[in-house]
Write a protein that binds this ligand. Structure first.
Ligand SMILES: [Zn+2]
Length: 395
């Protein structure tokens, strides 16, 4: 195996995967996911480490905010530095030094959203790199080969994610192709120390979603991702899709809602049986000066924070909230100091991970619904958007 060739014994330490749902409250589930690189309590949020790093964070800070599993993007890593180099240096774990589990996506979503000159056919997708214009072909077999080289604990089948809105016929074609590509992905995957998840597509059409899920279940994947949501569809459509899939997907296997979302979105997903989430929102918004707090969103550039000595979130125990005032963070943000991005990313990730810790506790104690209602009211509080508050000049 790759890891042994690189002198890393970790893969052989424990190659048995396991997922157990340990508690339920309504449709919400609290579970335990065992991987070769550690145990993950679910529901869980996975910080996004696009190119092998969560932007503005070190591994040490990620551990301190309670991150347990990271996502890395196949599309970015195949283009730079290339999967062969990552494999030579011990796979994602050896290369990055992150000791916990990794999950990689298939590269499909980024090919459709970032690359230029795409051409899609039954074989796969031909595209040009957004970095240097070089030509590439991504097929189910190639995506799986790259993901086996990268060596994440959980990897994804190659799928076609249609845009929203798209004609029903186009969504149906993409869903059927995703099913054929899932079978090819399954056949190409040979590493026993990785779990390969299938991805349910079907847009906002419940019948296509159910057909997609049932088709994937015939291939008996160890877990199922729900893709193609959070691409611009109304929230009610997303909730409806999740509710239609909840009774279809196997109870005993993990469910991963890809690319979702705000803290409120996570609570709605959990309430509909989802176990795993990822999203760039907490990290991207932190770099733009927006923080998620237990009192609602906070836009740090607002003038009213100029002399505000309070921490960003008085109810948060993260390093940022223990040491930095809103006035200091606003100053750093206006002065474009990189420390602003670091401190606000620490808080946002701590807030997401703490929220899901509360979710797990309330599911186990049978009061998730109360928690969800209370937090949903807080999250619905308006963002400070009064233009008179904005002070883009930094004065
Ligand atoms: Zn904090």
């Amino acid at each position: 195996m790759l890891a042994e060739a690189c002198g890393q014994p970790s893969y052989t330490r424990r190659t048995v995967f396991r997922f157990d749902v340990e508690a339920r409250d309504g449709r919400a589930r609290a579970g335990r996911l065992e991987t070769p690189h550690g145990v993950v309590e679910t529901p869980i949020f996975m910080p996004v480490g696009t190119a092998g790093a969560v932007k503005a964070m070190t591994g040490h800070e990620l551990e301190r905010v309670g991150a347990r599993i990271l996502l890395a993007n196949t599309y970015h890593l195949m283009l730079r530095p290339g999967e062969a180099l990552v494999a030579d240096l011990g796979g994602l774990h050896g290369f990055t030094g992150w000791p916990g589990p990794f999950l990689t996506d298939s590269g499909g979503y980024q090919v459709f959203s970032l690359s230029q000159l795409r051409r899609l056919d039954e074989q796969g997708v031909r595209f040009r790199s957004h970095i240097d214009g070089s030509a590439h072909l991504l097929t189910p077999e190639r995506s799986i080969e790259i993901q086996m080289q990268l060596g994440a604990d959980i990897i994804m089948a190659f799928d076609e994610c249609p845009p929203f809105p798209a004609p029903r016929e186009a969504v149906a074609d993409a869903t059927a192709r995703t099913a054929r590509w899932a079978a090819r992905s399954r056949a190409a995957h040979t590493r026993k120390d990785q779990w390969l998840f299938g991805i349910v597509q079907g847009g906002v059409h419940e019948d296509l979603r159910i057909r997609s899920a049932e088709g994937l279940m015939k291939l008996d994947f160890p877990g199922y991702a729900i893709g193609g949501l959070s691409v611009g569809e109304p929230k009610c459509d997303r909730d409806r899709v999740l509710e239609s899939l909840d009774p279809i997907l196997p109870e005993a296997k993990p469910r991963y809602l890809m690319g979702v979302g705000t803290p409120a979105d996570l609570l709605e997903g959990v309430a509909r049986g989802v176990d795993m989430f990822d999203c760039v929102l907490p990290t991207r918004n932190a770099r733009n000066g927006q923080m998620f707090t237990s009192q609602g969103r906070l836009v740090i550039r607002n003038r009213r924070f100029r002399e505000d000595p309070r921490p960003p979130d008085p109810d948060c125990g993260c390093y940022t909230c223990r040491t930095a005032s809103r006035a200091y963070l606003r100053h750093l943000h206006m002065a474009r100091e990189i420390t602003a991005a670091i401190l606000m990313t620490i808080h946002n990730l701590a807030f997401y991970l703490d929220t899901l810790r509360h979710v797990r506790e309330t599911i186990r104690s049978g009061c998730f619904e109360d928690y969800r209602c209370r937090m949903t009211r807080i999250f619905a509080a308006p963002v400070a958007t009064d233009p008179r508050d904005d002070d883009p000049t930094g004065s």
